[in-house]
Design a protein around this ligand. Structure first.
Ligand code: F6P
Length: 737
């Protein structure tokens, strides 16, 4: 309020000074214009009355008084006088009162033989006098004095003052009202909201910090505050983490602990991560460039590591605005709003993408390793492109590490099976690991690949090969044993070939979870609230989150839901299964067909059990951010993972991470890598529809005590073996080789 008053007073004074200045200038100009008009008019009158007329009148002893009177009326004068001498001035009686004020000016005019004019003030009356000398031989004897009422000039000037005052007053009034409103609604309200928000955030309420008030004006400030607050929270948790590390080596792995560990392991060298998929994709939407995080377990796992420890991530640039956002070395600092590490983009042509990524990687190796009833396709041109792109990445890595003799290189996934050997040739001293995010098949299955030896040799260029499970390690070693001239040492799970040793070890990947995630920081959202948006009501919900991929068993999951309703009709109208499906690799027919199948199945089942404002399956087929998915995880009664085959499946772990109160149930496919760790899950065979339908019933009807026991065990597990533990174990193993 005090601010308002001060501001309004300042506006009044400022507007007043400006208005006064302008008015003063205006009246100065106006007065001089009116004065000069008056002077011209009187001079014209004086010009019209010739000297001859005056002489004639004077000499003929004409009735001077009536003459002056007639002139006075003819020219609308206030008076006219004729001066003969100091003692002989002829004028009407009404004019006489002016004359005594003019005597000095008349003498001056007669002596100098010059017109004299001035304004005189006679008893509050403003009179303009004009004295014109008349005479012969350059000697003046007489003068005619004209008097005109100049009072109207003052009237006009007063009116101007008054008008301008009124205008000033109105302006001040309107500006003050508008300013008060702007300050109130545009500044004070957002400011108060922001202040309250900051107070809450300062008190450590993370939930409130996330819910920043939407005030455009203060958005940049709020963003900065969020960064500062995050940095403070990070510093605080880092300090707590360090204290925990000091307290014992069994402490939970955290970003801070990993960072310390990395410093010791890498001895200040930077970590190089290589993957095909990039963690941030820049896409053009209209005039805007947006940044999206792809749906990928690999990204979910690797991103927190790079964020914690920094480093360089080399990946294919696939966004249509990627080139516009990098520097001249094709690099960009990410995350874009809080940079922590460098992303270097490698460019692939459309043709290269088709053959390398879609072709050999996703129609060849992927179905070969996943064994999910999609026949692998091996085309020679795809293979050539696969080699070519692996070479391009190898050169880029060599270029980036030219100043380091033994860099640490962590290669991700099946897109780069040849890369370890290629880098080894360029950088013999490098420490190289490749982590295979998908399963490894049995040797017979892998044996159908025409380039099996090249792939295996390529991988064995690494010092360390990581899989999610011991099963996959065993299959890999058996495959090498069958296909290559080499020595497989089962005692220490390693392969010796061409003078180089490679260790093969399981590293079950985890998620970004640390002790602070055990605490309840957010209010649990009711499922009904989430479903409201889709016009659905349901008492119970289940959740599934998958890339739409034929390996994920989504149609099987839907069939199980159908069977569940057949067997348990009392749940019709009460239970809805929410399936979030991120479209993936849609360029390939097997994937676009899968979207159709999934949509058709959901529509068919929904039609079959149609019931008022309710649906059996709510299918949301678009890319969802982590923030969008989280409320579904935390509010659902259970999560269902039905992969026909999967390396790990981090969705299962993310669901568990969200259950801070140890409630809810997890239905998990026995063919997902996660099954080896998550013993508290209801384990199912996704091909057994009957069993899955029973599992849904068991999940919905599980006692809270049972939920608690199972969830607590699984939460302990994912906390202990989180992604920071995973990275530390992998890097330690690399270092120890
Ligand atoms: O499951 C295999 C895999 O490549 C993962 O490593 C990755 O998380 C996911 O698929 C995403 O695939 P893409 O990069 O092809 O979108």
């Amino acid at each position: 309020m005090r601010l308002n008053l001060a501001l309004i007073l300042s506006i009044i004074i400022a507007v007043g000074i400006v208005a006064f200045g302008f008015t003063y200038y205006q009246i100065t100009v106006e007065r001089s214009k009116l004065n000069s008009e008056l002077e011209t008019r009187v001079a014209e009158v004086a010009g019209e009355l010739s000297e001859y007329d005056v002489f004639y009148i004077c000499s003929s002893k004409y009735d001077i008084e009536s003459f002056t009177d007639s002139i006075k009326h003819r020219y609308n004068l206030s008076g006219i006088a004729i001066y003969f001498s100091k003692d002989s001035i002829v004028c009407s009686s009404s004019t006489r009162r002016f004359v005594k004020y003019s005597l000095d000016d008349i003498s001056m005019s007669v002596i100098n033989k010059k017109n004299v004019s001035s304004f005189i003030n006679i008893n509050q009356e403003s009179i303009y006098q004009f004295i014109k000398p008349i005479g012969e031989d350059n000697i003046s004897h007489y003068a005619v004095i004209y008097y005109v009422d100049a009072g109207y000039i003052d009237n006009i000037i007063s009116k101007i003052w008054f008008r301008n005052f009124l205008r000033w007053f109105m302006q001040v009034l309107i500006i003050s009202i508008i300013t008060t409103m702007i300050i109130r609604f545009g500044v004070l309200n957002p400011m108060n909201k922001t202040i309250n928000w900051l107070k809450a955030a300062r008190a450590g309420d993370v939930d409130i910090l996330k819910r920043q008030p939407h005030t455009k004006l203060l958005l940049p400030l709020q963003k900065e505050v969020i960064h500062v607050a995050k940095a403070m929270f990070e510093a605080k948790s880092k300090a707590q983490e360090e204290a925990r590390v000091r307290a014992g080596t069994n402490a939970i792995w955290t970003p801070g602990r990993l960072k310390e560990e990395m410093k010791a392991l890498l001895q200040n060298k930077q970590l190089i991560v290589v993957s095909n998929r990039e963690p941030y994709i820049h896409v053009r939407e209209g005039n805007q460039i947006n940044c999206i995080t792809p749906a990928s377990g690999l990204i979910t796992a690797m991103e927190p590591i790079l964020k914690a420890c920094g480093g360089l991530w080399i990946a294919s640039g696939t966004g249509d605005a990627d080139k516009e956002t990098v520097d001249d070395r094709d690099k960009i600092q990410v995350p874009p709003d809080d940079p922590k590490y460098t992303l270097k983009r490698i460019w692939l042509s459309k043709e290269e993408e088709v053959h390398f990524y879609y072709g050999f990687s996703n129609e060849g190796i992927y179905p070969l390793c996943l064994i999910a009833h999609i026949r692998p396709i091996f085309r020679i041109e795809d293979w050539h492109y696969y080699k070519k792109i692996n070479e391009r990445f190898a050169k880029a890595i060599a270029e980036e590490t030219k100043d380091e003799e033994a860099p640490f290189i962590l290669i991700q996934d099946y897109h780069f099976a040849l890369l370890p050997e290629m880098i080894r040739k360029l950088k013999p001293e490098a420490k190289i690991a490749i982590f295979w995010h998908i399963p490894w098949p049995n040797p017979e299955s892998f044996g159908i690949c025409p380039w099996k030896s090249e792939i295996l040799k390529g991988m064995l260029g690494a010092d360390l090969i990581g899989f999610h499970t011991q099963y996959h390690c065993n299959y890999f070693l058996e495959t090498v044993n069958n296909a290559l001239e080499s020595r497989v040492q089962w005692a220490n799970y390693s392969v010796k070939r061409a003078g180089h040793s490679t260790v093969v070890k399981p590293f079950p990947i985890g998620i970004d979870i640390s002790s602070k995630d055990l605490e309840l920081t957010e209010q649990k959202i009711q499922p009904s609230k989430l479903l409201e948006k889709y016009g659905i009501t349901a008492q119970y919900t289940g959740i599934g989150v998958d890339r739409i991929d034929y390996t994920k068993g989504i149609p099987e999951k839907f069939q199980a839901i159908e069977r569940f309703f057949e067997k348990n009709p009392s749940y019709i109208g009460k239970f809805t299964f929410v399936q979030i499906g991120a479209p993936s690799r849609t360029y390939l027919k097997s994937y676009s067909d899968m979207i159709d199948i999934v949509e058709r199945e959901a529509a068919r089942i929904n039609l079959r059990f149609k019931h008022q404002n309710w649906k059996a399956i709510l299918l949301l087929t678009r890319h969802h951010t982590h923030e969008e998915i989280k409320p579904f995880y935390s509010s659902s009664d259970f999560c269902m993972v039905s992969s026909l085959h999967d390396g790990m499946n981090l969705v299962a772990k993310e669901f568990i991470a969200s259950r801070v109160t140890n409630d809810g149930a997890l239905i998990l496919s026995r063919f997902a890598g996660a099954v080896h760790e998550l013993k508290g899950a209801i384990i199912v065979n996704p091909y057994d529809i009957e069993e899955m339908a029973e599992a849904i019933k068991a999940a919905l009807e599980m006692s809270s005590k049972d939920q608690h026991v199972r969830m607590e065990q699984m939460r302990e597990e994912i906390l202990k073996h989180n992604v920071f533990w995973w990275a530390a174990s992998l890097l330690r193993a690399m270092r120890n080789i």
